[in-house]
Design a protein around this ligand. Sequence first.
Ligand code: ADP
Length: 357
Amino acid sequence: MSAISLQGISKRYPDHVAVERLDLEVQAGEFMVLVGPSGCGKSTTLRMIAGLEDISEGRLLIADRDVTHAEPHERDIAMVFQSYALYPHMTVYMNMAFGLLRTSKLSRSEVDQRVQEAAGRLQISDLLQRRPNELSGGQRQRVAIGRALVRKPKVFLFDEPLSNLDAKLRTHMRAELERLHAELGITIVYVTHDQVEAMTLGTRIAVMDKGRLRQVGAPMEVYRRPADRFVASFIGSPEMNFLPVPDGMPAARAWLNDRYGSAALQPGAVLGLRPEELSISASAAPDVPLGWSGLVQRVERLGAEAYAQIRLGGGDVLVRTEADAALAPDQSIELTPDLSRLRVFDGSTGAALAAQG
Ligand code: ADP
């Protein structure tokens, strides 16, 4: 049973389609991350699940119930906003208890028990009598999460919840969210434009662009086998390198043709290799059908590793190397790809070509 089922969901504005026929199944207990560049339609999708935006077309099921036109409070969801949306005049305790006291049939002591339990889990028990303006950003975020937890909804929706926090706190809260998800087995749909957040948090990630779903899969699957060139370049930092299919290398072309079919040799077809999938050597590796000669431009040493910018005929690529690799600007080198990781993208559609054999 899917916790959430989006069936051909669209959102149309008079002059603009924000989400176009989206199909997505979120399984119970899953941490699904919607990720994509700004304006791709991920918040609109989340808001349609929450009932904060009308659905123009399609069907939405939550726990197998059709809620396409249901009011937000009928959907058994709780949403955590980027802005936290806390009541400034209420204590932390009341911020967490208020919704339950007002709308549920729980007794005061049952509500109290839920608030205490959520506060304990989020380590904010000693803050319950404070008001939001007496809290740090991270603490406010916990209160917002606590307010969702006490409701015990079928589904949690998070809209860029960490983007107002500094980098260190963000990393910390990522770990907290991961822990909460693992401990409570809750179903989460989480929106972010940050592909690192998506990679580290999602059990699966759904990559969107221009209102359309481009790929859904486990993070490493999407990283290793992007469905198309957009996903390939959006996921991964530093970005994947795109290289032209070599012109004057008959052995390389024959190999590409054998493995990826004739589409690999059509005009515009592009090879994709991540910085860690290329290696640098002084002379060309024997028995590897594909390789490039290049010139070192600069080396960025990060401490644990380094990235070398290498100029090839057509442009530059980035290659990950050891931190103290003996490389200097203007040095001539050979680049060898890890062929087991090579991707080839179709010249006209951008779709990844399937490797044969
Ligand atoms: P994201 O969350 O991925 O940044 P949004 O879901 O907020 O993107 O927006 C998707 C697209 O819909 C954007 O191009 C945005 O400008 C457009 N959009 C959002 N709200 C409206 C609206 N009320 N009227 C017209 N277009 C809108």
